[in-house]
Design a protein around this ligand. Structure first.
Ligand SMILES: N=c1c2ncn([C@@H]3O[C@H](COP(=O)(O)OP(=O)(O)OP(=O)(O)O)[C@@H](O)[C@H]3O)c2ncn1[C@@H]1O[C@H](COP(=O)(O)O)[C@@H](O)[C@H]1O
Length: 109
């Protein structure tokens, strides 16, 4: 079974691409283009994920979500963050009902 360790390995690979040659690395090319280009890819992959969910093809959906996760990881890496930061936030939230959490927020003026 594939474990979440793939996210850690991918994070390490992404970090290593900071110094890589954009002509031989897709990730280095995205870093080189900058945040706007990365955000554009995240937006495109989010839309493609929605379309895949609607067409009912499960393999297509899995592949589009993989593209989305990958590009959000590039976004995190570009900001000096990694999958570990997101996993830690999910761990912090574990067991806290979304309904309870929302109800405990201070009232907005
Ligand atoms: N997981 C991925 C991964 N998923 C998707 N992609 C690439 O993301 C790109 C965008 O996909 P699209 O379907 O949107 O293709 P496109 O419309 O032709 O792309 P654009 O021209 O718009 O950029 C494609 O080139 C895919 O190959 C990935 N590229 C790399 N990785 C991982 O990142 C590592 C480092 O990659 P490099 O930096 O290229 O060595 C690899 O070893 C993999 O582990």
């Amino acid at each position: 079974m594939v474990s979440a360790e793939i996210l850690e390995r991918l994070s390490a690979t992404l970090a290593s691409r900071r110094e890589a040659d954009p002509s031989t690395s897709y990730v280095a090319k995205l870093f080189h283009k900058g945040q706007e280009a990365i955000l554009k890819k995240v937006g495109e992959e989010a839309v493609e994920t929605i379309m895949a969910a609607k067409d009912g093809d499960k393999l297509h959906l899995v592949r589009e979500v993989a593209d989305l996760w990958f590009h959000t990881m590039v976004l995190l890496a570009n900001e000096g963050l990694s999958a570990e930061d997101v996993l830690a936030e999910l761990a912090r939230r574990e067991g806290i009902s979304g309904i309870e959490e929302k109800a405990s927020r201070p009232a907005q003026d």
